[in-house]
Ligand binder design. Structure first.
Ligand code: ASP
Length: 381
């Protein structure tokens, strides 16, 4: 049942100022997207204007249905944003919502052309909305969040990525609550100046650092750099004042109007294991523009592989298969002059985020020293 009395509270002393003033926004332009326009209580409309939220839908389990209510696998993406909004409590007293379906796919199918749609969708909405919500499959959500944080200056506007672990047809589906929370978080003034956020299972995290750590459970995401806050019973609690990730390098992408995909240089990931040889390295080094190694421990690769890496002409990022921790520069292989050549430490970044960062460096024609400098931001280099 829609609950018309719900209001969201931020536990903060200046809660009275927690709604945005529409006057401070750029003039509204006509938009082809659909909208839900709230009917405001007259007193409320005099007191304040509601924040405007844009939802960009891409699919994922949150937009999926399975054959039965007990099934949590083998489901199909087929819900629209409108369907998903119908399953959540009434938000018309919290914000005005517009939405746009960018695509409707499992996130394993998010590629560079969809990333471009997300990039454009955010860029076009930033001046017109107070917050943006992106519905997305959880499998590759962290990569999209990292990509957005690295390529878009979001200014004050929170970008809240959200997904779910259970399909909408399931008993105790988590999607409706996750979506409801994400919209409330995007609409809350205390979320401003926090960049790209991920909201799932009552937790709010930094998109730059979050990782999917559990393939099945509702508490699927983890972030050792700390959760930023949580959402309980319509209250949003932030543990820290507004903060953006330290050392995040912003890339300015030059995109011509006639392009519908990014065409980033190809970077592959090689996963290390006991007994790994240089066979894979030799197979891919002429096929790719860069390589990321998911090394053992904090940069460990067999001596022979390290030696061969020093002789490869393309950048090689030493990342880690361990979930947490970092690769210190001191663990990179060096030649007899103490030179790391094309080898770069990933710092705190996992292999899939290192891959995106290297692609962006290559797309911007950065030299090896400039690329090393970018990775130094996350304590690698
Ligand atoms: N297979 C799903 C995806 O689109 C998983 C999820 O959304 O939880 O990533």
């Amino acid at each position: 049942m829609p609950n018309n009395t719900v209001e969201i509270t931020t536990i903060c002393s200046d809660v009275e100022n927690s709604q945005f003033k529409l006057e401070s926004l750029a003039p509204e332009e006509p938009t082809p997207t659909k909208s839900i326009t709230p009917t405001l209580h007259p007193q409320l409309s005099q007191r304040r204007s509601l924040p405007r939220i844009k939802i960009l839908g891409t699919g994922g389990t949150i937009a999926s249905k399975a054959e039965s209510s007990s099934a949590t696998a083998d489901y199909k993406v087929d819900l629209t944003i409108q369907d998903m909004l119908e399953a959540i409590p009434d938000i018309s007293r919290i914000c005005e919502v517009e939405y746009e379906q960018l695509c409707n796919v499992d996130s394993k199918n998010i590629d560079e052309s969809i990333l471009m749609k997300i990039y454009n969708g955010i860029s076009e909405s930033l001046q017109k909305f107070d917050g943006i919500v992106i519905t997305h499959g959880t499998d590759s959500l962290a990569e999209t969040a990292f990509f957005i944080e690295s390529t878009i200056d979001t200014g004050e506007v929170p970008i809240v990525c959200v997904g779910s672990m259970r399909p909408s047809s399931s008993v105790s589906a988590d999607g409706p609550m996750n979506l409801y929370q994400a919209i409330c978080i995007a609409a809350d003034s205390k979320s401003r100046n926090r960049g790209v956020l991920v909201s799932l299972n009552d937790q709010i995290s930094a998109g730059y650092y979050i990782t999917k750590t559990n393939a099945n459970s509702l508490d699927s995401f983890n972030v050792r750099q700390g959760y930023l806050g949580n959402f309980v019973n319509n209250e949003i609690h932030y543990y820290y004042p507004p903060v953006k990730p330290q050392g995040c390098h912003k890339f300015k992408l030059n995109i011509s109007n006639d392009k519908d995909t990014f065409n980033f240089p190809d970077v592959c990931i090689i996963y290390a294991h006991q007994g790994i040889t240089s066979k894979m390295l030799n197979m891919v080094k002429d096929q790719y523009a860069g390589i990321v190694l998911a090394t053992m421990g904090a940069g460990s690769m067999p001596d022979k592989v390290n030696k061969d890496c020093l002789n490869v002409d393309i950048p090689i990022i030493y990342s880690k298969r361990s979930m947490d921790g970092m690769i210190p520069k001191a663990n990179l292989p060096k030649d007899s002059n103490g030179d790391y050549r094309n080898c770069i430490a990933s710092g705190y970044l996992n292999p899939e985020k290192s891959r995106i960062l290297l692609q962006l460096c290559l797309a911007c024609n950065y030299s090896i020293d400039e690329t090393r400098h970018v990775f130094r931001g996350v304590y690698g280099g």
